[in-house]
Write a protein that binds this ligand. Structure first.
Ligand SMILES: [Zn+2]
Length: 224
């Protein structure tokens, strides 16, 4: 368990800052990255590597490249696929969708390592349609949060820890089985695209895991 992953790699700060600045997504509908970053962008990444408390301020990274960057930072002796490498982060990342030709934020990126983003949990699954309709009609966000807050997870939400546990479970299952997600909307391994789905799968459903995954957990506990 490492609290601050970056702080153990500050000797590589210059290269890391350059790479982080390079893998930024610049536009939601353009499949291109920040190949030629500005000095100021690299400096900002350097400062963030030194001080984790500096917020990313809306920076969106290419998730695939971020996974690759993290993987190279794991010591060679630890790079085994039978070990669950899980990075919990506040960074926002996403993947390019070839069907609708735009970037989509992700709450979790299953790979080696797996990334789980607290920011992604807020930003990636869509809020109820009514939220966007009313916001676009001019209703202020604070009022919408007061009225509809139970239907979506927001920053500082007391339900966040419980939701994060489920997403960490998704990473652990992926590392063990190479299978991503579950089709059962009530299972904590469900890949929610809407906040209401996320809340149902992680908190509001009748059970934590579906029958299949409950059996798998029991087998693991029994060591069989
Ligand atoms: Zn399941």
């Amino acid at each position: 368990m490492k609290d601050e992953f970056w702080s153990t790699h500050l000797d590589k700060k210059e290269n890391l800052a350059l790479e982080l600045a390079t893998i930024r997504v610049l536009h939601p509908t353009k499949n291109e990255l920040n190949d030629d970053p500005l000095e100021a962008e690299i400096d900002f990444e350097k400062r963030r590597l030194e001080r984790a408390s500096i917020k990313s301020g809306g920076i969106f990274y290419d998730a695939t490249r971020l996974v690759s960057l993290y993987w190279r930072l794991i010591p060679k002796e630890g790079r085994r696929s039978n070990v669950c490498h899980l990075i919990l982060t506040r960074e926002l990342f996403g993947t390019w969708d070839r069907d609708d030709l735009r970037w989509h934020a992700r709450a979790v990126m299953l790979g080696y390592p797996c990334l789980v983003s607290a920011t992604g949990l807020v930003e990636a699954p869509a809020k109820p349609s009514e939220y966007y309709q009313r916001r676009n009609a001019g209703v202020d966000v604070a009022s919408l949060k007061e009225e509809m807050g139970e239907h979506f997870i927001d920053y500082g939400d007391e339900r966040m820890i419980e939701v994060l546990k489920g997403y960490c479970a998704q990473a652990v299952f992926y590392s063990m089985t190479r299978q991503a997600f579950c089709d059962d909307p009530g299972c904590r391994l469900f890949n929610a695209h809407w906040q209401v789905e996320l809340i149902y799968a992680q908190i509001g459903g009748p059970y934590e895991f579906c029958e299949k995954h409950t059996r798998m957990i029991e087998k693991l506990k029994a060591g069989t």
